[in-house]
Each structure stands twice: as structure tokens, then as C-alpha cells.
Design a protein around this ligand. Structure first.
Ligand SMILES: [Ca+2]
Length: 195
């Protein structure tokens, strides 16, 4: 790691490195997964990504000391997940880099068969301007598999069969949806989920 007397500088080229951890949540309820931990790196810890999405976690990089504790409590999927720590190795030439992390995780097993699906997390209320993009989402719980159907004033919408529904450009035709999601707490469940 250090320059040997008269020898070459050892280490790695400058640039960004992604330290990857893959794990399989098959058989587990990914909506209940949580990873907590702390990390440090040489040099700056630029970002932490879960399944390609930024988590908002970064650390300035001080290899002698760990970051404050962080927690990732969303963004997990059933099946294979990929957690990535992106570390920059600074400088103009080859020099040492490093990464260290302490992680702990928890997840609940999938429910047994026979538990009817319910919406565990309702869509957030949305107030949108014309031509704005709107994304609505629900989190379901209960036995798998889930079958989703988003509806507008009771009428099923085409190609709206997942937990996330995006309207690319809101116009007057979507007022029913807007009304629905801005309504009382119980209203959104009308439109969410069927089995
Ligand atoms: Ca370095």
C-alpha cells in the first residue's frame, strides 16, 4: 500500500469504483426489508445505490473513521437485489484506495397462502398542474401473487396493472383520478387492488 524503498507506487488508478453486494430475497417479503450500517472509504464515498436507485447516502471518506449510521428501508425487490457503494479514488496517479462497511439486515418471510391481499400503504395525495407527470403507487400485503388494477371512477384502466401507475401528462380526462387520490383516507382503496 505504500511506496517501497525505491519501488513503484502501489494501489489503483484514480477514478470511481462500485463495491457491489448482491443478495436474494426470494421467499421473503421485500417490502419489510431493512439494511442498516456504517461505512468509510478512501477517498470520498460518492453514493450508495440500491437496485440502481440513489439512496441519498454519501460520506466524505475518512478511512480511519466510520460514517454515522444509515438505514435503507425501501427500494428492495423480491428476487435478486444489488447494493452498490460508489467510491472515488482521488489523485492524478496510482494510489491506494479502500472500502469498509459494517452491515446488518432484516426481512420478514412471505405470508403463508390464504391471506387476502390488502393495501398496506395507500397512494399519496397528489395535486397536479395540467401536463404534469403524476406517479401513484401502493404497497400491498397478503399472500402472493398480487393482481393490480388501477381504475378511473370505477372503470379499469388499460396497462395499469402494477403497484406503480404513472400518468405522463395530466389533463381534464384524469380529474376523476385526481379527485380520488385527493379524497378521504379510505377513498383510494376503491381503486387499488383486486384478486
Ligand atoms: Ca486514494
Amino acid at each position: 500500500m505504500d511506496r517501497a524503498a525505491g519501488g513503484p507506487v502501489q494501489g489503483n488508478a484514480p477514478g470511481n469504483y462500485a463495491y457491489q453486494l448482491a443478495f436474494d430475497l426470494t421467499g421473503f417479503d421485500a417490502t419489510t426489508a431493512v439494511i442498516s450500517g456504517r461505512w468509510s472509504s478512501d477517498n470520498a464515498g460518492l453514493e450508495v445505490r440500491l437496485n440502481g436507485e440513489l439512496t441519498g447516502i454519501a460520506f466524505e471518506g475518512n478511512f480511519a473513521a466510520f460514517s454515522p449510521d444509515f438505514e435503507i428501508a425501501g427500494g428492495f425487490v423480491e428476487g435478486t437485489n444489488l447494493l452498490e457503494f460508489v467510491v472515488n479514488n482521488a489523485g492524478d496517479g496510482v494510489n491506494p484506495t479502500g472500502f469498509r462497511a459494517e452491515l446488518a439486515g432484516s426481512v420478514q418471510p412471505l405470508p403463508p397462502p390464504g391471506i387476502p391481499p390488502t393495501i398496506a400503504r395507500q397512494p399519496d395525495d397528489v395535486v397536479a398542474a395540467p401536463q404534469q407527470a403524476v406517479t401513484l403507487s401502493v404497497t400491498a400485503s397478503g399472500s402472493r401473487p398480487f393482481h393490480y388494477q388501477w381504475r378511473l371512477d370505477g372503470a379499469p384502466l388499460a396497462k395499469a396493472n402494477g403497484p406503480v401507475f404513472t400518468i405522463a401528462s395530466v389533463n381534464a380526462n384524469w380529474v376523476g383520478v385526481t379527485t380520488c387520490w385527493c379524497g378521504t383516507t379510505g377513498a383510494p382503496s376503491r381503486a387499488g387492488l383486486r384478486r
